[in-house]
Ligand binder design. Structure first.
Ligand code: PEP
Ligand code: MG
Length: 540
């Protein structure tokens, strides 16, 4: 038995078998070789393996998303036959006497850069494909295995680190817990774990070389510990605690169907945050009164090309229809920083959290923005949809957004496509937006405070940097003063203000938020009933 401590992201307890997520995005090492023929042969074997993998991915995708969307895997198969690409790999191996992994990685980088610099949109988009192909080959060369979620039993995923796009692609039914060596408690991967309602630990100093698939582990999000190969006694105690937790959760079920209102009669709108269409199930299960934040960018992650207008329309329509008249606030894409999709070709930035992200991309590349807005205005016909814009820093940006929305509205009108113009609000997640919230309140229908980024930008602490977790303090006085200012400025204009960052689910502050006049809290679905219970006990 071995025990490791980390930082807990979600308080829950589970036990099960381990699946080690082996990834190739560890640094590819340059190695010297004399036997260049052998390295070239390894490349050929890796290509053969990739062909088979892509063939089965194509078959699976045809069944699940149709032939048109599956075609990308055929494109990848064709790329594996590209002579220039193959010659470049071979040439690097033979002229530099290096290992196959290095030659593939360098070729991938060179080709991706070349595609990214082309004028033609289609060719530019191929940069992400060539990177994907090269990663697949490097994975095969290193012997890393992809997890086959379809045949996997529900398991505990152990990994060095997880990106949001990896997390979002996982089959949630098959995951009991996450344990990662790296990662910050404020990252989007952590937020996804909370959303999925599963115990998760980050910053666990475990040597992955010693972990193997099929080991048993206990993940305890309360004590922030993972225990590999637990003794029989620990297993029995864990089973008992799992039972107790289930009972506590059952007691919370009493809160279903009740109003979210203090003992003194003050009502708070209690909504839930989601990242994809299937999360609506958690929202209904936990009886939230609406969706306060649909992180629409997750529709863009873990794929090889932009989601089309139709795909987005279907996703938004399904969510608003399922919510049957309850409010659904959809945030426009907040890509960038830690949420990366290669096909956006955002390029490397020294400071991505302060970089080209969210509304900045939408305003600079209005075609991407317009596709999403068209889908949103069309879906709005089917229910109670509101749009929310992220990372706003000026009134000018809001005016520009309204200009683009108006263009989209006119286009739909001219094309005779049914639409409605939804309510439009903004996220307050930059200190600039806080300081001009009086002016912004006049322009928009509502505010939702993104405390995750607001903490990052107010305290000058990168939320992704695990070494700064101890300094990242959303309870900082500056934060509480800012929240009060935003609420007051919203109310002066007759608008409402809520919180959709993780702080909204912090039970230590719930009473303070109510006293501050916060109108809405949007939290991960698993927190809804707990917060309702807390609010119903407040005397205010
Ligand atoms: C926030 O910043 O608080 C927020 C809700 O948005 P995200 O966490 O997705 O950046
Ligand atoms: Mg944010």
């Amino acid at each position: 038995m071995e025990r490791f401590s980390g930082k807990s992201v979600y308080k829950g307890i589970t036990m099960g078998s381990v699946v080690l997520l082996d990834k190739a995005d560890c640094q590819v090492k340059r190695g010297k070789t004399e036997d260049t023929d052998a390295e070239a042969a390894r490349v050929r074997a890796a290509i053969e393996q990739a062909r088979e993998q892509l063939g089965s991915l194509y078959d699976k995708a045809v069944k699940e998303v149709g032939e048109a969307n599956a075609a990308i895997f055929e494109v990848h198969q064709m790329m594996l036959e590209d002579e220039d690409y193959l010659e470049s790999i071979d040439n690097i191996i033979r002229t530099e006497n290096v290992n196959a992994e290095y030659a593939v990685a360098i070729t991938g980088d060179n080709f991706a850069e070349m595609f990214a610099g082309m004028d033609d949109d289609y060719m530019r988009a191929r940069a992400a494909d060539v990177k994907d192909i090269s990663n697949r080959l490097v994975n095969n060369l290193y012997g890393h295995k992809e997890i086959d979620f379809s045949s996997m039993e529900p398991s505990i995923i152990v990994a060095d680190d997880l990106t949001p796009s990896e997390t979002v692609q996982m089959d949630k039914e098959k995951i009991l817990a996450f344990v990662t060596v790296h990662g910050s408690t404020n990252s989007h991967t952590a937020i996804l774990a909370r959303m999925m309602n599963i115990p998760a630990l980050v910053g666990v100093p475990v040597d992955l070389e010693r972990i193997h698939n099929g080991m048993t582990a206990v993940v305890d999000g309360f004590s922030a510990e993972v225990i590999f190969e637990p003794t029989e006694e620990v297993c029995a105690k864990t089973q008992e605690r799992i039972r107790e937790e289930k009972e506590k959760n059952l007691l919370l079920q009493d809160m279903r169907g009740k109003e979210t209102v203090t003992r003194g009669g003050r009502e708070v709108k209690l909504y839930a945050n989601i990242g994809c269409v299937s999360d609506v199930g958690y929202v209904l299960e936990n009886d939230a009164a609406g969706i306060g934040l649909f992180r629409s960018e997750f529709l863009y992650l873990g794929r090889l090309d932009f989601p089309t207008e139709e795909e987005q329309f279907q996703a938004y329509r399904q969510v608003v229809q399922t919510m049957a008249g309850k409010k659904v606030i959809i945030r426009t894409l907040d890509i960038g920083a830690d949420k990366q999709a290669d096909y956006f070709n955002l390029g490397k930035e020294d400071n991505p959290a302060m970089g080209y992200r969210a509304i900045r991309i939408c305003l600079k590349q209005p075609d991407i923005f317009k596709t999403q807005l068209r889908a949103l205005l069309r879906a709005s016909v089917y229910g109670n949809l509101s749009i929310m814009y992220p990372m706003i820093i000026s009134t000018d940006e809001v005016r520009k957004i309204y200009g683009i929305v108006e263009e989209v509205r006119q286009e739909l009108e001219e094309q005779g496509i049914p639409y409605t113009l939804p309510e439009q609000g903004i996220m307050i997640e930059t200190p600039a937006a806080v300081m001009i919230s009086d002016e912004l309140a006049e322009l928009v229908d509502f505010f939702s405070i993104g405390t995750n980024d607001l903490t990052q930008y107010t305290l000058a602490i990168d939320r992704q940097n695990e070494r700064l977790d101890d300094f990242y303090n959303p309870h900082h006085k500056a934060m509480l003063k800012m929240i009060q200012m935003v609420v007051d400025n919203a109310h002066k204009c007759g608008k409402w203000a809520g919180i959709c960052g993780e702080l909204g689910a912090d039970i230590d502050l719930t009473e303070e938020f109510v006293r501050m006049g916060v109108d809405e809290l949007s939290v991960s679905p698993s927190m809804v009933l707990r917060i309702r219970k807390c609010i119903r006990e407040i005397a205010f």
